[in-house]
Write a protein that binds this ligand. Sequence first.
Ligand code: DC
Length: 679
Amino acid sequence: MLEIPFVDLPPLHGASGTAVLPGSKSISNRVLLLAGLAGGETAVHDLLDSDDTRVMLAALKALGCTLRRDGPVLHVGGLGGRLRVHEASLFLGNAGTAMRPLTAALAVLATTQGGRFELRGVPRMHERPIGDLVDALRPLGCRVDDLGQPGYPPLLVHGDAGGRLEIGRPIRVRGDVSSQFLTALLLALPLVAADREVAVEVDGELISRPYVEITLNLLARFGIDVARDGWRRFTIPRGSAYRTPGAIRVEGDASSASYFVALGAIAAGGGAPVRIEGVGLDSIQGDIRFVDAARAMGGDVRGGPGWLEVRRGRWPLEAITLDCNHIPDAAMTLAAMALYARGTTRLTGIASWRVKETDRIAAMAAELRRLGATVVAGDDFVEITAPAPHAWRAASLHTYDDHRMAMCLALAAFNPLAGATPARPVRILDPRCVGKTFPDYFETLFGLAWTPPETVPVITVDGPTASGKGTLAAALAQRLGYHLLDSGALYRATGLAARSAGVALDDEAALARLAARLDLRFDADRVVLRGEDVTDELRLESTGALASRVSAWPAVREALHGLQLAFRRVPGLVADGRDMGTVVFPDAALKVFLTAGSAERAARRHKQLISKGIPATLDDLRADIEARDRRDLNRPVAPLRPAEDALALDNSHLSIDESVERVLGWWDERRPFGTPPAG
Ligand code: DC
């Protein structure tokens, strides 16, 4: 999906249904690197497709690994520990899970086999520390140059063939800033453990241990059995060599599961649970322990291998005090759950939040305050007290290019369940940052969320033929992330169905029966009628003529009424067509009546037809359009008339973008969020 500046969530009242989770980011990027370093081919099943995995894949490709997609399976042909490419510049976005281990692996390979590798990322990546890893690598004889600020990417790692690594003594690495430095070393050092044992010792308290467990678990799958002495010393045995397991499955992301566990604990109050598939109680990911925290707050969580089911247990939720060192990422979700808890939730052991995608302690505190919560933030803790019912505010929430901020904050839209009076919509800025780990997060959430239809915002767009209303409506829906109802398409499809079923266009009852059973699907930008793609046929003038006939029958209009109402779903709807603002959605929050002079509309249609190689003259087209206007205006059933409360927009001299901006301006005046940021 294209970038959109914000998505508005209406107040949400409940949730149930099944969420299928995308693959784990931590497992995906480790598996990719291991498969890339091992020899032979590894078939990777259920790999996460996200920003962070894409940069890792691009890096592997640049290094000469082969990547072959076969449906849902990715076959990775690895290097077998031998560099194929000795010089490359790798862009790693904001993926810590790519930057740290690739730095270590390439440093080791460049030192022993020769090479020059530059590793860089987005500006935020250049603010995320890597100095502790560099400090561990340099004493081994690895040449690692800072290309920017010392201790931060971008970096250049380089070496001459035949160099020797000083790994006779234990390698020391700090463990109290990020566990990824240890992980990076553990993933890289088996490359040089063929003829000697390699030991790594951790200085300081090792944080985020569950992530190190994932690393050890996956190393074992690739033939490396690391011996562990507490959390201080890790030994890679002599004779170690990567061996592909042949095939490996990536389990669903336990951190991503946390949003849906929270969702169930907050909003699955009606009996039906929120079910999560792809990750379960057997998960190797540490964040699965979030389940215990959610239970402690009141969630009723059951589960088995590969699945979880969550319902509301105690309500309201209970505040907890928890050291979150074991679930650093999922702990953010507890901050969102605190909005629904009685008492003050205190999360400690979260100093690592400060060096993640953003300073998550500062970011979370600022945004929860915007919602009306009371927040106290310290160096390594945060305390959150939910807003009182009247203190909730309609907030425009910043996400700091941090996927987890966006995913957590969306849960604030369930404020009606906390008794918020009035219920508040929530605006999430830059929602596409979820692409880092969960590109379809909002779609998945909206598929489970429920709210009374009348609370889902609707914008209607209507106007005479060739006014550009279809284009405007589609552009608005795209920009707002709303559903789109092209009601004309329903009449057009009914016309096509009638023609192929041999139903006469004056048989009102038979046409209405057809319309009521219309088997129509809108798949992305295709329209499928009874399993057949009719997208192009739908737009033909001849289909328009059929639609004009069938739409004149009241029984047909009645038959399509319910189908049209069903498009009113979270987070909102843009509905285009004749009676959208008058009959189908009379309570729409904004009604636009788009007009343009007949000369202008004739000129646009002319351009369109000529570009398709269809001959036409301007005068004829203008006469046609004016005749159609008269017919549309005067027809007894559903005449073309603006709703009384519609805003007229004459777009004769406006480009499509200008019309879109004008309408978005009107829309924003009607929203409670204030002026959106520029851009
Ligand atoms: O907007 P369109 O060209 O796709 O519409 C096709 C026909 O259906 C046109 O004759 C208007 C009619 N129509 C209608 O009667 N009610 C609607 N809500 C939408 C279209």
